[in-house]
Design a protein around this ligand. Structure first.
Ligand SMILES: [Zn+2]
Length: 278
């Protein structure tokens, strides 16, 4: 599943591709992608004649800001966007098509069909599900070491599932949690409430540094993820721990282990990230 760096890359690419384009018509070929409004004909009709002013991101969600509407899109496992000339043949997995007045089309393709789209009036999108209960943006200025400490303090859970919980911090998924915990030297099963102030500082720094570097690299292409322009990100070549089971840790040479934490496959170095029982 794309995480913050990959969605940020898709957002930036979409802004170069569709900013200022006016929608002539929308075709929904797979109704289940559209969650709001209930009636896909209403969805199609509402978008007609509107112009995409820009695309923003909140957590792992894309927000298409149109003149008078906001379209919230989640790519989930395999969703992707591409801009095509109208005459190019359709892929069988293309589920939603935004036909623009200039003869181009933004196509949403999703092999796994888990992606979602919700259409709102401006302002409503941030006060209603799915965006209303999201936590702090880790690359925004308000994500300070103090704000992070306040979030984690006293929480009766392991640190990895806490970091995956989008109600606390948004955009971090399995890959970047493992990377951040490894950089901070913290075992993924450490109880959140037992982390010291110094460990929390290190973890905060590790999250910001990891996500910033991944955004700068255009994200990771671990599976078949490709950004909106058909260009692969390169951060998968820089991953320190994720996907490296049974290989030598870059820092200490120990064998990287993989276990299951909170139901998710989890990579860690047992030497650099000891589990301290307190
Ligand atoms: Zn190590």
């Amino acid at each position: 599943m794309p995480e913050l760096p990959e969605v940020e890359t898709v957002k930036r690419t979409l802004n170069t591709l569709v900013q200022g384009k006016k929608i002539q018509k929308v075709t929904v070929r797979l109704p289940r992608i559209i969650r709001r409004p209930d009636d896909i004909r209403v969805f199609e009709t509402m978008l007609e004649g509107h112009t995409i002013e820009r695309v923003e991101r909140r957590g792992k969600f894309l927000r298409f800001l149109l003149d008078g509407l906001v379209l919230v899109s989640h790519l989930r496992m395999e969703g992707r966007y591409g801009l095509y000339a109208a005459e190019e043949p359709l892929d069988k997995h293309t589920h939603v098509i935004f036909h623009f007045e200039d003869g181009t089309e933004l196509r949403y393709t999703d092999v796994r069909q888990f992606g979602t789209m919700d259409l709102f009036l401006p302002g409503d999108d941030l006060s209603l599900p799915p965006l209303n209960k999201l936590g702090l943006e880790p690359l925004d200025p308000e994500f300070t070491p103090e704000a992070f400490k306040d979030l984690v303090a006293g929480k009766n859970t392991k640190i990895k599932p806490l970091l995956l919980n989008q109600a606390y911090v948004v955009g971090i998924g399995n890959i970047y949690v493992d990377e951040s915990l490894h950089r901070a030297g913290i075992h993924p099963e450490t109880a959140a409430k037992s982390l010291t102030a110094e460990q929390l500082n290190r973890l905060h720094q590790a999250i910001v540094a990891t996500l910033t570097e991944a955004v700068n690299a255009g994200g990771s292409s671990v599976k078949s993820y490709v950004n909106g322009q058909g260009v692969s990100g390169s951060y998968q070549h820089k991953l320190l721990i994720y996907g490296r089971k049974d290989q030598a840790c870059y820092s200490c040479g120990s064998v990287v282990e993989k276990s299951v934490v909170g139901g998710r496959g989890t990579h860690f170095c047992p030497s650099c990230q000891p589990l301290l029982l307190m």
